[in-house]
Design a binder for this molecule. Sequence first.
Ligand code: 5GP
Ligand code: ZN
Length: 147
Amino acid sequence: MSASDCIFCAIVAGLAPAARVFDDDDCLAFMDIQPLARGHVLVIPKRHAENLFDLEADEAAAVARTAKQLAHALRTVLEPEGLRLFQLNGAAAGQTVFHYHMHLLPRNADEPDVNPAALHGRKPADRAELEELAGRIRTALDSHLVS
Ligand code: 5GP
Ligand code: ZN
């Protein structure tokens, strides 16, 4: 998959919709369209890099910094008992979108467990609901509650 037919590059370029929660020179973060749980967020580098092996070290650092900020925002907004971070490299690992992305997945102990590598076949979430949640996460990021 090249940048020209990549859905995440289209989101970066503003050519495809997404409920965005964070945007800077290096990274973009938005709500996963088929969330495994409420508050499922993806962080991507803006440059098209297929997987961890193609990522520059400074891009990996930028994604990690953004994930850290978002972790605090998700905790402020949703107060989950736990938070999973994971990312998949290569089809054999379960990767389905070949533009590097980090998943942030809030989790409570009493919820059904999910296999992060089995991300297929879920239903798209309600767009208005994703936008409402994205707005709350953006507010938490902007507030001084997030360090
Ligand atoms: P992977 O299996 O590659 O780690 O996960 C890809 C993720 O991207 C999945 O969780 C899927 O729901 C999400 N996704 C796929 N296409 C889109 C899209 O067009 N918009 C958004 N927001 N998420 C997407
Ligand atoms: Zn891309």
